[in-house]
Design a protein around this ligand. Structure first.
Ligand SMILES: [Zn+2]
Length: 308
């Protein structure tokens, strides 16, 4: 049953995608951060086998959007074949029940009360339009606003959620083949208030980071506040701040995230400098190749001085 669900899930996300595209699988590797696998969009059997193998040892996620290159970045997402909502409260579950049209695909993500709902599209939409649609749905039913981005990775059915001591199965509660026109799903819904990134820019210190200037940690805190407004870091000695992990992929029940004076971090999910912090906050997969771009964005978009 799970193998069949996996293939139907693949078909929903990628069935209408041109054969030259890629699909992304991201997975946790015990104590070694995240791994990433790219496969051709038509390699369905290989994809299903890879997901089944990886779920034996870790958490497995798939990029909802097909990738035009072997990268997990938003730039590599040209179109999406579904809209979706990531639902993690009882109120949102109740709101989903009365939402019209009802989502033909609902996945139980393995955390009690958490659901992922999908609305397959008759015609694919670009990443901007997909995000507008996802945000309207999230706003309408109270789903997670952070899970609306075009580069999002979510758990496929037939895998195990290993956030808790006893792994919980990720199951399809419903997996029907219905498709919708974009307008029929979100055409009458209101847009939510402007997203965090669109709000007036936080003034960040201009000091060069990666030395021990106090500005680097302030900059990192501002960065975390922008992407994860609920983060609550407190001083814990030696100039460190401590609190729950701000990364979307890490459900950090016993706060294990530490932020150093230089803006670097350490957590049970991994360690990194301020550039990796930035990349993880955005839910992207860090690649050396993209390092100049990350640094440029930290410098230009965020007004943060980083060595080029
Ligand atoms: Zn973490």
């Amino acid at each position: 049953m799970s193998a069949l669900d996996l293939r139907r899930f693949h078909n929903m996300l990628f069935g209408a995608e041109p054969a030259i595209s890629f699909v992304e699988i991201r997975h946790t590797r015990q104590g070694r951060g995240m791994g990433q696998v790219f496969l051709g969009v038509r390699e369905v059997e290989q994809w299903a086998r890879t997901v089944e193998k990886l779920t034996g040892t870790g958490d497995v996620y798939v990029g909802v959007g097909p990738r035009t290159q072997r990268a997990g970045t938003r730039e590599s997402v040209a179109r999406l074949h579904v809209l979706w909502a990531d639902i993690d409260t009882d109120d949102a579950v109740a709101a989903l029940r009365t939402f019209e049209p009802a989502p033909p695909v609902v996945i139980r993500s393995g955390t009690p009360g958490h659901l992922q709902a999908y609305w397959p599209l008759r015609d694919a939409v670009g990443p901007d339009q997909a995000e507008i649609g996802n945000r309207r749905i999230a706003h309408a039913i109270g789903a997670d606003m952070k899970s609306t981005d075009a580069a999002r990775i979510l758990r496929p059915p037939g895998t195990f959620n290993r956030k808790r001591e006893i792994p919980q199965p990720v199951r399809a509660a419903r997996l029907d083949a219905e498709v919708f026109d974009y307008e029929d799903i979100v055409g009458t819904l209101a847009d939510p208030p402007a997203r965090a990134q669109d709000r007036p820019r936080v003034e960040l210190p201009r000091e060069r980071v990666a030395d021990d200037s106090p500005g680097a940690q302030d900059a990192a805190v501002a960065l975390i506040g922008r992407y994860s407004p609920e983060a609550d870091l407190r001083p814990s000695g030696n100039g460190r701040l401590h609190g729950s992990c701000p990364f979307e992929f890490h459900e950090d029940r016993n706060p294990s995230f530490g932020l150093f004076p230089d803006g670097g971090y350490i957590c049970s999910c991994g360690t990194g400098d301020i550039v990796r912090l930035f990349v993880n906050l955005r839910g992207e997969q860090f690649t050396d190749r993209d390092l100049p771009r990350y640094r440029r964005e930290l410098r230009e978009d965020l007004g943060l001085a980083v060595a080029a």
